[in-house]
Design a protein around this ligand. Structure first.
Ligand code: NDP
Ligand code: MN
Length: 388
């Protein structure tokens, strides 16, 4: 057996750790660009607090609060230009995955020419990683979902081709990640649930992945256990501190999986779903395919699926029998958190399924190839049709 493990991000975890933002960022630069979404962080007061903490640490601050969910490249290019003109030398991403990913993308856009050479594969089918000129990144998450603060990925949609792709490379790891559960208290139930489903998908995809290893396997199981134990409580009562902490820890464990294994078939169609229909949140896109995914794949990894099924309450000693009940157990769990949704419910047009399958094959094939067993276009269509 041989495997490697690399994750250079300094993680600061815990209630109240947000207050360390200034002292953790100041050693990395003099002028921070604070990148966030349009509403949530301003409403919860954390945008103002972040600005104050950075200024108290002696830094100049430029606020860029223009990031929509499922951001497109044009806002990144604008952010890169603004950062360059203002002389920003460190990026602080504050918010959900959309804001943190955008901070990472802007850290590249501010110091590199065209982003497309890093986002789209070259003729050899490879994407170039951004260079060491990438500005340093601090990531503060306000959702317990994407783990972007702990991964080398930065997702963005290319508007012309509607490809929801990502930058990937070691320079995209944040220097510092702050995972303070208090920031997640203001998440409404549907955002809590959707981002929680993202954690499940990172963990289960990593757990059955062809490229997993003993470390990621352990952490994937821990993440799944924590979601099973805490997501319903966090959805039912957003101020439940124990549930919020449990979900933030799940997000950390899943991030330590995702950063090593990447994703596979669920994200392989999940990205094209939101790429074509940007109003569909990432977690909701994944929720539509989770049950059909388990139904389609369980026989390819019965031992792992048996373990997953038991975490979600299946009481069967025979592995094959337990594994065969994973889909039903996941459906019941999604019901508990109001995420048992279909692509039809989310307004995805039925004639879009072919386009989504084509997109998956065109630009998510590296992720899809990590699924155990063969995945053809027919498999992708089967998964999408069963999720409609
Ligand atoms: P978003 O960042 O898109 O946020 C979703 C919504 O929730 C937004 O409207 C946002 O408001 C709001 N919101 C965020 N935090 C809070 C809060 N604490 N209280 C109230 N409202 C809040 O969602 P996700 O975190 O799920 O990020 C999804 C993105 O991350 C996708 O693009 C996905 O592909 C990507 N991703 C990246 C990964 C990586 O490794 N880099 C891994 C997995 C997913 P507002 O708009 O005002 O900010
Ligand atoms: Mn995801």
């Amino acid at each position: 057996m041989e495997f490697s493990y690399y994750n250079p991000t300094r993680l600061i975890f815990g209630e109240g750790t947000f207050s360390q933002l200034g002292e953790l960022t100041a050693p990395l630069g003099r002028h921070a660009m604070l990148v966030t979404g349009r509403y949530a962080m301003e409403r919860s007061g954390y945008l103002q607090k972040a600005q104050d903490l950075l200024e108290q640490a002696g830094m100049q601050v430029t606020v860029f609060n223009k990031i929509p969910p499922n951001p497109t490249l044009d806002v990144i290019v604008e952010g890169g230009r603004t950062a360059k003109e203002a002389g920003c030398d460190v990026l602080v991403g504050l918010g959900g995955g959309s804001a943190m990913d955008s901070a990472k993308n802007i850290a590249v856009a501010a110091t590199h020419g065209s982003m497309l050479e890093f986002l789209l594969p070259n003729q050899a089918g490879k994407k170039r990683p951004p260079t060491e000129a990438t500005l340093p990144i601090v990531a503060v998450t306000s959702t317990a979902g994407t783990s972007s603060e702990l991964t080398p990925f930065a997702v963005v949609t290319v508007p012309d081709s509607r490809e929801k792709t990502s930058l990937t490379g070691d320079t995209l790891y944040a220097r510092v990640a702050i995972d303070d559960p208090e920031l997640t208290y203001s998440m409404p139930p549907e955002v809590t649930a959707g981002t929680g489903v993202d954690v499940i998908c990172h963990a289960v995809e990593g757990y059955i992945s062809r490229v997993g290893n003993p470390i990621t396997d352990q952490w994937a199981l821990r993440a799944i256990e924590l979601v099973a134990a805490h997501l319903p409580g966090a959805v039912a009562d957003g101020s439940n501190q124990q549930a919020r902490r449990g979900m933030m820890l799940a997000n950390v464990f899943a991030g330590y999986v995702l950063s090593q294994t990447g994703t596979n078939i669920m994200h392989g169609v999940g990205h094209p779903i939101s790429g074509r229909c940007p109003e569909v949140p990432h977690g909701a896109a994944l929720a539509t395919v989770l049950v059909a995914w388990a139904e389609m794949i369980w026989e390819r990894a019965p031992e792992q699926f048996a373990t997953i099924a038991r975490i979600f309450g299946v009481d069967e000693s025979d592995d094959k029998v337990a594994a065969s009940q994973t889909a039903a157990a996941l459906k019941a769990f999604l019901n508990r958190v109001n995420m048992d949704v279909t692509l039809r419910d989310l307004g995805v047009p039925e004639d879009m399924l072919d386009v989504i399958a084509d997109d998956g094959q065109r630009y998510m094939h590296h992720a899809i190839a990590k699924t155990p067993g063969e995945v053809t276009r027919e498999h992708l269509m089967q998964l999408l049709q069963a999720s409609y």
